[in-house]
Write a protein that binds this ligand. Structure first.
Ligand code: UT7
Length: 326
């Protein structure tokens, strides 16, 4: 049994925050940001928006492209590191917003690797024969956990959501999965949350803290190694891969990984220029855009690969089979 992708969706907030806007907020420059990261702008959610509202919009598009009704969905999974609240799960709020009344719902937090973990989890439920249709959302409002005075992090992140529908099928979907964790690196990239405070007064200033250089080094190594492992586990070689759809954190990281893998750079899907790092949402947004611009063909082998806080990292090979019900 396979869990193929039959629908894709994305949603980006309207508000654009450009590098020029950031120049007015912190001591930085458009040139530094573009040279070091490749990012030119990112989207920021309005006050009325939330991780679950972004996620619901992306989920709605994924259902539409799959040709399904919300009631067809058995399970909603939301990967996020910036949930609406500590509980209930943002997935429950997405389930309600979509009217997916039959569905179970829960969140997954593996930081920026969350989408790989969520895809793997949704696939397991289908492969085990427990569910037939799973909506896998990645949604983030990272702008709410950014220290807007810290130039080392505030130029990197953005808000957005992406989603896919997984359906039981004969072929397609995840062919291999590699997931890794090294909790000893937790201090390199984290955001504390209210549950670690001893009093309400202590909950101020719980923002993303990062050792950029160390995370950069780790990212290049982790993405290359886990991609290689996932490709070989699927019985494939690099030459068999049509596209790598990586977590969008930094163009320099993606370029270094492509070079190390011996992958032509045009086969590394990148949209970091437009949205910055949208954490768990970055892979499904990039996948959706690769489908929208007609790049993906039936039978293509795609690699999804991510890294982030945990430290956690992972990769998987997807056999693309086109959208819609068959
Ligand atoms: O989802 C995972 C999320 N995390 C990541 O992907 C982060 C991975 N790391 C990176 O992407 C890069 O390390 C950064 C983009 C964060 C930084 O780039 P870098 O080339 O590693 O720069 P650096 O940290 O080595 O800093 C170089 C200089 C420093 O100044 P000095 O010490 O050389 O005088 C920084 O203070 O650049 C300075 N700097 C900035 N200058 C202008 C740091 N941030 C900025 C900034 N604007 N925004």
């Amino acid at each position: 049994m396979a869990a193929r992708i039959t629908g894709v969706g994305k949603y980006l907030p309207q508000r654009v925050l450009s590098n020029a806007d950031l120049e007015r907020m912190v001591d930085t420059s458009d040139q530094w940001i573009v040279d070091r990261t490749g990012i030119r702008e990112r989207r920021i959610a309005d006050d009325g928006e939330s991780t679950s509202s972004l996620g619901a919009e992306a989920g709605r598009m994924a259902l539409e492209t799959a040709g399904l009704d919300a009631n067809d969905i058995d399970l909603v999974i939301c990967a996020t590191l910036s949930p609406d609240g500590m509980f209930p799960a943002s997935a429950s709020l997405i389930q309600d917003a979509l009217g997916a009344k039959r569905a179970a719902a829960f969140d997954i937090n593996a930081a920026c690797t969350g989408y790989v973990a969520a895809l793997a989890t949704g696939t397991q439920f289908i492969n085990a024969g427990v569910y037939k249709r799973v909506l896998v959302v990645g949604a983030e409002v990272t702008s709410r956990i950014i220290d807007w005075t810290d130039r080392g992090t505030c130029v990197l992140f953005g808000d957005g959501a992406g989603a896919v529908v997984l359906e039981q099928a004969e072929r397609g979907g995840l062919q291999s999965i590699v997931m890794k964790s090294d909790g000893a690196g937790a201090k390199l990239l984290y955001a504390r949350g209210p549950a670690s405070a001893r009093s309400l007064a202590e909950t101020e200033g719980y923002c993303i803290v990062m050792d950029g250089r160390e995370v950069f080094r780790f990212a290049v190594r982790a993405m290359e190694e886990s991609s290689r492992e996932a490709i070989s586990q699927a019985g494939l070689k690099i030459e068999d891969v049509a596209y790598v759809v990586p977590h969008q954190a930094n163009q320099r990281i993606m370029s270094a990984v492509a070079k190390n893998l011996g992958l032509p750079i045009e086969r590394m899907v990148s949209n970091v220029e437009k949205y910055g790092n949208t954490s768990s949402a970055s892979i499904p947004i990039a996948l959706c855009e690769a489908w929208e611009d007609g790049r993906l063909q039936d039978g293509d082998n795609l690699v999804v690969v991510a890294f982030g806080g945990g430290l956690a990292w992972g990769a998987g090979v997807i056999e693309w089979t086109g959208l819609g019900q068959r």
